[in-house]
Design a protein around this ligand. Structure first.
Ligand SMILES: [Zn+2]
Ligand SMILES: [Zn+2]
Ligand SMILES: [Zn+2]
Ligand SMILES: [Zn+2]
Length: 136
């Protein structure tokens, strides 16, 4: 986490003009901006994230995903679909969170890729939670 000599300042700007004058202590792992002790935080896993709304949102998303994944995993251990309060037997795997779901709770999405100048679609199954991360 090397901070350049002197030229770096905390990313935080109050009322669009007043730049924070505190000395930066670390760099945000998401946006790469330096932050002072007031405008960012140190996570237990040694990652450093600033308090910019976009970075806070991203962090929350990742935390939520972890919680969701663990809960679905527990359900899978009992042989049930990973979706909360669904007791249908598992049918397939979500290709994003890797948990197992019943047929109703898996939907097909695709990604476009190009090979030898031709457009192809790659299909895969995702659970309702992971579905929102795909446009298709
Ligand atoms: Zn950031
Ligand atoms: Zn600051
Ligand atoms: Zn999933
Ligand atoms: Zn289900």
């Amino acid at each position: 986490m090397g901070l350049g000599p002197g030229r770096q300042a905390c990313w935080y700007v109050r009322y669009r003009i007043l730049r924070c004058r505190n000395t930066p202590v670390a760099v945000c792992v998401y946006c790469g901006r330096p932050f002072c002790r007031d405008h960012g935080r140190f996570l237990p896993n040694e990652a450093t994230v600033c308090t910019h709304p976009a970075c806070v949102r991203r962090l929350t998303e990742i935390e939520e995903f972890k919680v969701y994944k663990a809960a679905a995993q527990d359900r899978n251990l009992t042989g049930a679909c990973g979706h909360a309060s669904c007791s249908a037997p598992v049918w397939g795997q979500c290709s994003r969170c890797r948990n197992l779901f019943c047929e109703d709770h898996l939907s097909e999405v695709y990604e476009v890729y190009y090979q030898l100048g031709r457009r192809h679609r790659r299909y895969f199954s995702v659970c309702p939670y992971c579905r929102r991360f795909y446009k298709t």
